[in-house]
Write a protein that binds this ligand. Sequence first.
Ligand code: SF4
Length: 260
Amino acid sequence: MVTQFPSWLRTYEDCPKRYKFRCIDRRPEKDSPAFTVGRNIHAALKTFFSLKVGDRSHEKLVELLKEAWRHDRRVFTRGDPELERDWGSRAVEMLTRSYDILDVFARPAALEQFIEVAVEDELILKGMVDRIDRVGDKELKVIDYKSAKFPLSEISERERDVAAVIYALGVENLFPGDKVVAVDYIYLGDARVLRFEPTQKLMEEKLNKIRELVKRIEADRHWVATPSQLCAYCGYLDICPEGTDFIGHVEPIEIEELPF
Ligand code: SF4
């Protein structure tokens, strides 16, 4: 029986060597300001949506972000205060820009919910969804917050994504009789939403893609490094000659996808 997570599958597609470090060797990935922003934004939004609707406001959300930040800022503690101010301001700006599309009146059925799906007898898919909203009598919507930039190509992102169907199947397992009608990725920095409607056709296509991907991973013995602009945000850059060499020759671009 093989266990996989959506973020692991994406890591393998991005770079098999990073997958080896992260998912097989289980080496801790070096922390970074970008990861810190992602964790603290998620923590703030979780607490925010556990409040009563009347207690939610933009000011409260920023206050919760600062509260989370106080407990998770180790990446900056020996660094320079300007850097921390810069990243902190980015985090506040993200929440401010996206505040109107967060649906502050939502009454979530669950927050930061662990999900699990068995695909036949061969594979278990696991993951965590940020928020589950009830949108109809028997209908649910899954929300996933992204602190990365909206994808440069929406078409290619739709082709690559396998997480949405895993979330939909996992949530339907948890709420028997209910149907997930949408999985929304909210890109906080751009205040844009990428929506997946998990139709039967999409489910079948993506489950086939996942099976293929898992087979490739199982057969891989070489874990070839595939350097790209993502190396600038890889926590294993210090121990990866291919990535270091690549980064020495290109300007990094803003990352599209972070592993959280
Ligand atoms: S630095 Fe780049 S090439 Fe090396 S493991 Fe990370 S993503 Fe892969």
